[in-house]
Design a binder for this molecule. Structure first.
Ligand code: NAD
Ligand code: DAU
Length: 332
């Protein structure tokens, strides 16, 4: 049994991780989450009370963080401002949470000599051409495009520096695009599913040629647990499940499973600086730690995700109108 402090555990991937850990280990989990617009306490229902504690608070609050880190074995750091579109309109919270928040956590982990795992994104590597035979590896140079990805890149570099300069017991993982339950309706897949439920046509940025490398959130969780258990200190591991798809194909798949015509979507104004393609080579994680994804059927994963949003309207409904109103203002 170990005690995990999970930051951002009321968000999409963090809450999936909390469910996964409590369902598959005997670990104790404390979640530290500010419950921003992206955090939802309803994502943390029906968890075993004796193994789960929730603390509402900000990762930039040094006194709060210090006490919680002192009382844990491992810090798993998911908390972030995570949405590229928001970062283009109001970058400031991204600097506060992603940079200062990470700094606050690694200072506490250094002081108390605690194991630290930093969750990051493939977006730190910039983008690839559609026909590039190479994929991102741990050696790919950093080249982030957006305010979001540049703050994530900055947070990765802080962790690396704390490992080298102060001997922080840290690992880093950079994962590709996740899908699954509990994802906020601002994000691509839940936005389109809930649009169709509401009789709104899905919205594709630009031509829809952009490629993302999709992985189920549970496969991300199993990879993070493997890195915490067996990863080498100071190392970075890329997490991906060979799930490249362009956005147009994803929208058409959603429409098919929801009984709509394949062309029942609208092209809308493109995202400024929109990264063209992400693709992960996860050989290091697979070869060194023996990790493998379990959700290799994207078609079935999307069907399950559609079913989850149909069955859990109470979870997403409160955010929907406000999210769409914001997109409308931006012509998206
Ligand atoms: P999310 O936006 O759904 O959740 C973020 C959570 O962090 C929310 O619960 C929010 O309340 C909390 N939070 C935000 N600021 C905070 C603060 N200052 N203090 C405490 N809590 C705060 O994000 P997500 O999509 O679940 O992403 C989680 C992590 O995974 C992020 O670090 C992100 O960069 C990374 N990541 C995401 C993806 C993806 O596809 N979504 C892929 C790779 C990596
Ligand atoms: O690659 C990992 C990253 O994946 C994470 O670091 C981010 O936190 C996460 O939000 C995600 O970033 P993206 O920008 O790729 O995800 P998003 O869901 O916003 O968009 C996915 C793709 O779909 C992208 O090419 C933009 C496009 N899109 C998005 C929306 C919301 C549309 O075409 N229409 C839309 O309505």
């Amino acid at each position: 049994m170990q005690r995990l402090l999970v930051t951002g555990g009321a968000g999409f991937i963090g809450s999936n991780f909390v469910h996964y850990v409590l369902g598959n280990t005997d670990d104790h989990v404390t979640v530290l989450d500010k419950l921003t617009y992206a955090g939802n306490i309803a994502s943390l229902k029906n968890l075993p009370e004796e193994r789960f504690t929730f603390v509402e608070g900000d990762i930039t609050d040094a006194a709060l963080v210090d006490g919680l880190v002192a009382d844990t074995d491992v810090v798993v750091h998911y908390a972030a401002e995570s949405h590229n579109d928001n970062s283009l309109h109001d970058p400031r919270p991204f600097l506060d949470t992603n940079i200062i928040g990470t700094y606050t956590l690694i200072e506490a982990a250094r002081k108390h000599n605690k194991r630290f795992h930093h969750i990051s994104t493939d977006e730190v590597y910039g983008d690839l051409e559609l026909d590039d035979p190479e994929r991102f590896t741990e050696q790919t140079p950093y080249n982030p495009s957006s305010p979001y990805s540049s703050t994530k890149a900055g947070s990765d570099l802080l962790v690396r520096a704390w490992v080298r300069s102060f001997g922080l017991q840290a690992t880093i993982s950079n994962c590709s695009n996740n899908y699954g339950p509990y994802q906020h309706v601002e994000k691509f897949i839940p936005r389109q599913i809930t649009n169709v439920i509401d009789g709104i046509r899905p919205k594709l940025y630009g031509k829809g040629e952009n490629v993302r490398d999709w992985i189920h959130a549970n496969d991300h969780s199993s990879a993070v647990l493997a890195i915490i258990a067996k990863g080498r200190i100071g190392e970075t591991y890329l997490i991906g499940a060979d799930g490249e798809k362009n956005n147009k194909d994803v929208v058409e798949l959603i429409l098919k499973h929801m009984g709509q015509a394949p062309d029942a979507y609208d092209h809308v104004v493109d995202r400024p600086g929109h990264d063209l393609r992400y693709a992960i080579d996860s050989s290091k994680l697979r070869d060194e730690l023996g990790w493998e994804p379990k959700f290799s059927n994207f078609d079935a994963g999307i069907e399950d995700t559609i079913a989850w949003y149909r069955e859990n309207e109470n979870w997403w409904r409160p955010q929907k109108a406000q999210t769409e109103a914001k997109y409308k203002e931006q012509g998206q």
